[in-house]
Ligand binder design. Structure first.
Ligand SMILES: CC(C)(COP(=O)(O)OP(=O)(O)OC[C@H]1O[C@@H](n2cnc3c(N)ncnc32)[C@H](O)[C@@H]1OP(=O)(O)O)[C@@H](O)C(=O)NCCC(=O)NCCS
Length: 216
């Protein structure tokens, strides 16, 4: 069992490459992404799908496996393969975590100016006390919580107050169990975490350059 995280910096690509990358996805997903008016949103999601494809390739799966991608409403996307994965994108960074064991969740955020008092309903008193007015600490707690909520497959924001990041530096409690959380190095200006159901699985993190994702 292992967990691998692939990260890339956001980059713009041509409409023809966008069309080609869309074709690798199931028809329903293609239709949905095509309907998004913002090129940036379409391309971030497509970049995440390319990181997923690269992870599948490394695990020995055929590229056609990407066509089994499903996005059930309010839950984790799935593939018809014996693995778990999670995708995340924000301005500047795209990430994909794939686990051959237990469930996995990943979240990345571009650091902004938000601080804990802006989100009193989502943080516990202990989390608010630790974060104080530090934006870095707020985004650290937020991405840990989001990663755990995504690993658990819950419908996002409503779960966040119940994700408790205080059981330890690398542990969070949610849904009656402990989750392992690990920070992901994304460069100055970004912050992210991966959350794993498996407390022991080896974890690798790799940054892929743009060239590794573009056609040869
Ligand atoms: C649904 C949710 C997971 C989306 O989070 P997000 O931060 O907007 O987006 P992310 O980039 O982290 O994640 C998006 C990916 O999560 C996956 N995803 C969607 N719903 C999911 C769910 N219920 N559980 C797990 N993963 C989910 C998808 O793969 C999606 O990418 P794709 O559409 O390209 O395939 C949810 O937690 C949410 O809406 N969060 C709000 C974030 C926010 O308000 N942040 C502001 C404070 S910093």
């Amino acid at each position: 069992m292992s967990v691998s995280v692939l990260i890339t910096s956001e980059f713009e690509f041509s409409p023809s490459l966008e069309a080609e990358w869309l074709k690798a996805l199931p028809p329903e997903r293609q239709r949905r992404i095509r309907a998004w008016p913002e090129r940036r949103d379409r391309q971030r999601s497509l970049l995440a799908s390319r990181l997923l494809l690269e992870s599948l390739r490394r695990l020995g799966h055929a590229p056609a496996a990407l066509a089994t991608l499903r996005h059930p409403p309010r839950s984790r996307p799935t593939l018809d393969l014996p693995l778990q994965f999670s995708l995340a994108h924000c301005a500047g960074r795209i990430a994909c975590a794939v686990s051959t064991g237990g469930t996995v969740g990943i979240d990345v955020e571009a650091m902004g100016a938000l601080v804990a008092p802006d989100f009193p309903l989502y943080l516990t008193p202990a989390e608010r006390a630790w974060a104080g007015r530090s934006a870095r600490r707020f985004y650290s707690i937020w991405t840990r919580k989001e990663a755990v909520a995504k690993a658990a497959g819950t419908a996002g924001l409503p779960a966040l107050p119940a994700v408790d990041t205080t059981p330890g530096a690398r542990r969070a409690a949610f849904a009656g169990r402990l989750w392992r959380t690990a920070p992901i190095a994304l460069g100055r200006g970004w912050i992210g975490h991966v959350a794993l159901a498996d407390l022991q699985a080896p974890l690798t993190v790799e940054h892929l350059p743009e060239a590794a994702l573009l056609p040869a």
